[in-house]
Write a protein that binds this ligand. Structure first.
Ligand code: 5AD
Ligand code: SF4
Length: 445
């Protein structure tokens, strides 16, 4: 029996690609193992959005390469593979194949070839940018309860800091018919929650590359899947503020199964920096969208991403970002230090911010956001929420953990029966800065 091991770095899109890679290898009769020592094929699915996750990949390859080539084949897929291609072989010796983000379909052929004949390392990083989406069945997924389903891939926005348009290629939208068919199959198989994924879901159907050729705006797709997929919980991520429309908020108001959560990354609070980032909106534009969300008939949780220390960011610009988080009162924010990425325009700017300044700003922002978040989450204490139980809590086997419909993490005392995968009514008794704690009242289904 040939065993394979996959390690995944980065975003949810990579989680999906790893599931697809696993499905392709299983179709060859190979078997998944959680122990890399047992594996004959090791795949690293990589992320290049910042320097740190990229560095981690090199470390892992070196660790795995202690074994001889006749014992294990090592492949690198994902964004680092796409970015460096053949150069990766020089950077870290011992890589047997490099598979770009649009070459996943080649995986079985490459692995079978190497195992049968050996030979030099294989690099496949051609981009076709064709709107073709590799599909797997519900039974082939490893993730239970929550399904990640890409609706579009790639990005045409070219924010000046971001490597994604180079690693994931041009925007391609998937056929609404195919999306609906997959969602129905997943709902029938018992999945309770789906995340519609895209680098930029609001651009769904806007580009010319549409599988099947039938354009539909994102809010129309949302209405379609809310009405016809049979999914109790539908979430989507990531929204770019530029293409975010009031119709999306209206769809959420109208359909209870469209979850009350929007992830809308502002990236910065100062117009000067937003322009330099090439984001295509101003602070006022962003705040207008927040207003649409906040004035919805149903309470909608708002989260975002922020980068500190973008080249040229002054203390005054940073103060604008601090003011933004005060004004918006996010329920959660991912905060990042700017990390220069090869080939991006921002990396070439001469006024890079010193590392200590970035660190210091990050800490100030984190501290302030922590207070805001704690206060925000306290509004849940005493409320009864619906939690999809995804497993035991990462901190304690005594607690179950899951997310609410508005995507907040809830931990609660574990009953003895196994309720993984169930929807449970939980009364919230305590708020922490990043999660809620409660006691279960009733298992719904
Ligand atoms: N440096 C730091 N953060 C970045 N992100 C994207 N590129 C960079 C970079 N070069 C962040 C953005 C994005 C999130 C996924 O990662 O905030 O929304
Ligand atoms: Fe990167 Fe901007 Fe595209 Fe998001 S919208 S993937 S930050 S280029």
């Amino acid at each position: 029996m040939t065993r394979f091991f996959i390690e995944t770095f980065g975003c949810q899109m990579n989680v999906v690609d790893s599931e697809k890679a696993a499905a392709l290898l299983r179709r060859l009769g190979y078997e998944w193992t959680d122990d890399p020592e047992q594996a004959e094929v090791i795949l690293l699915n990589t992320c290049s959005v910042r320097e740190k996750p990229e560095e981690k990949v090199y470390t892992r390859i070196r660790q795995f390469r202690r074994r001889r080539r006749d014992q294990v084949f090592i492949g690198v897929m994902g964004c680092v593979a796409q970015l460096y291609g053949r150069r990766l072989l020089e950077r870290v010796p011992g890589v047997d194949f490099v598979l770009g983000t649009q070459a996943l379909g080649e995986l079985p052929r490459i692995v079978e070839h190497l195992r049968a004949q050996g030979g030099p390392s294989i690099v496949q990083t051609r981009m076709s940018n064709r709107p073709e989406f590799l599909e797997i069945s519900p039974a082939e997924r490893r993730q239970r309860h929550v399904a990640y389903v890409p609706i579009m891939e790639g990005c045409d926005k070219f924010c000046s800091f971001c490597i994604v348009p180079f690693t994931r290629g041009r925007e391609r939208s998937r056929s609404p018919v195919r999306i609906l068919a997959e969602l129905r199959a997943l709902a029938e198989a018992g999945y309770q929650e789906v995340h519609l994924l895209g680098q930029n879901v609001n651009s769904y159907g806007l580009s010319h590359r549409i599988e099947g050729g039938r354009p539909l705006a994102f809010f129309e797709l949302l209405r379609l899947v809310a009405e016809q997929s049979g999914f109790p919980r539908i979430k989507f991520t990531t929204s770019h503020p530029k293409d975010f429309m009031p119709e999306i908020v209206r769809a959420i108001e109208e359909y209870p199964n469209l979850c009350n959560w929007v992830h809308l990354p502002p990236q910065a609070g100062s117009d000067r920096i937003l322009t330099r980032m090439n984001r295509g909106y101003t602070r006022a534009d962003y705040l207008r969208r927040v207003q649409w969300i906040r004035s919805a008939k149903r309470e909608i949780v708002l989260t975002g991403d922020i980068i500190v220390g973008f080249p040229g960011e002054t203390e005054r610009d940073f103060q604008e970002t601090l003011r933004l988080i005060e004004e918006v009162q996010f329920d959660g924010v991912y905060l990042f230090k700017y990390s220069p990425r090869p080939g991006t325009p921002a990396a070439r700017l001469s006024d890079q911010v010193p590392e200590e300044v970035k660190t210091e700003r990050l800490m100030r922002l984190e501290e302030r956001q922590r207070e805001i978040q704690l206060r925000r989450l306290q509004r849940y204490v005493g409320r009864v929420v619906e939690v999809l139980v995804e497993g035991k809590s990462s901190k304690s086997q005594l607690h179950w953990a899951g997310h609410t419909t508005d995507n907040i993490v809830v931990n609660f005392e574990a009953s003895r029966e196994n309720i993984e995968g169930s929807l449970v009514k939980v009364e919230i008794t305590r708020a922490n800065p990043h999660s809620l704690f409660g006691r279960s009242l009733e298992v719904l289904r």
